[in-house]
Design a protein around this ligand. Structure first.
Ligand SMILES: Cc1ncc(COP(=O)(O)O)c(C=O)c1O
Length: 335
């Protein structure tokens, strides 16, 4: 495997797992090499988007050990997603045990430490019950598969250019933006594609009522640094990022004041540093933000801000076993 060439694409591994909820109970996990699933043509996930997913990573540490990062939090978030979509709710222990077993069964696909690549796990929960009418389902399938993925920054962490776009809303205040429903990604696809075509790495979404407050930055949360404060938006339509949660702890450890509050787009020019954070990127420093509607551009400069870099290093030091895991975020799964 040419680990250094990996992007964020699917690469086949050994096994994936399926666990079916039927007749009021979760069945035994079935591990398989089959990449396809038999699905009824009338399955609720195909017809009504009754589907949610998760994303988490296993890291090969400096000591060769493989660590899974905060899988219990992904389990809880999938439970929240399932509840909102009226899908059967997978128990936390079932979810975490299956994630760990998938890492073990694909252990040779956890990339070597020095490559910066990782093993990405993708749990998906499908409403698999045939369902012509619009209603909640009593049958669901939990699938967990794995794929090695490359580091987001192949040549080291550097700032990206992002765009503000008000032409499409990702989610409404009382919609599904706070859970990881596949439909959220469908509803922001057009805007995302347009920004990419124009050379931007991601879109900053604003609130769908006033287009005044910052919500998210692509498939990542947003944070900014100003006067020794870590500032991150709070809103009912933001996905609670596990990376952002981790960074808030680390920021406080570094002596930064953590503010989780409504953040206005108008504040953007006042920030010292801006960044996106999520499992895929860890932290992506933002170098510039262009408003696609007004043409205005804010520049944070070509260098990675010192607090952003310190947070990036602090997070990765824990994920790669280079420092004490004082919060107990990592679980060793094998070597
Ligand atoms: C919309 C959205 N926001 C934020 C995140 C970051 O969340 P996490 O840090 O848990 O990966 C993701 C990715 O999972 C996402 O898709």
């Amino acid at each position: 495997m040419n680990w250094r060439e990996l992007g964020f694409n699917y690469t086949r591994t050994n096994e994936n797992v399926r666990i079916v909820f039927r007749n009021g109970a979760w069945g035994e996990p079935v591990y398989t090499t089959d990449e396809y699933i038999p699905l009824h043509i009338s399955a609720a996930c195909l017809n009504y988007g009754l589907e949610c997913f998760e994303g988490l990573k296993a890291f090969r540490g400096i000591d060769g050990k493989v660590r899974l990062f905060r899988a219990d939090e992904n389990a809880r978030r999938m439970q929240a997603s399932a509840r909102k979509l009226c899908l059967p709710v997978p128990p936390q222990e079932l979810f975490v045990a299956a994630c760990k077993e998938i890492v073990r069964r694909n252990i040779e696909f956890v990339p070597p430490y020095e490559t910066g690549a990782t093993l990405y796990l993708r749990p998906i929960l499908l409403g698999s019950q045939p369902c012509l009418g619009v209603r909640a389902v009593q049958e669901a399938t939990l699938i967990i598969y794995a794929s090695p993925v490359g580091p987001y920054f192949k040549e080291g962490i550097h700032p990206i250019a992002v765009a503000i776009d008000r032409s499409q809303d990702r989610s409404a205040p009382r919609g599904t933006g706070d859970v990881k429903a596949g439909g959220n990604y469908a509803s922001s696809m057009l805007s995302n594609e347009r920004a990419h075509d124009e050379g931007y790495s991601a879109v900053i979404y604003s609130d769908s009522v006033e287009h005044r407050y910052i919500e998210e930055c692509g498939a990542a949360n947003f944070f900014a640094i100003k006067d020794n404060r870590y500032i991150t938006p709070k809103s009912p339509s933001i996905l609670p990022s596990i990376t952002n949660n981790s960074l808030r702890w680390l920021a406080a450890d570094m002596g930064l004041v953590v503010e989780e509050r409504a953040v206005e787009l108008a504040e953007l020019p006042t920030f010292d540093e801006a960044a996106a954070c999520g499992t895929g990127v860890a932290i992506s420093p933002i170098g510039s933000i262009t408003d696609l509607q007004t043409g205005e551009r804010i520049d944070y400069g070509p260098q990675v801000g010192k607090h952003t870099l310190a947070l990036y290093n602090a997070l990765q030091d824990i994920q790669y076993g280079r420092t004490e895991d004082k919060y107990g975020w990592c679980e060793e799964v094998g070597e």
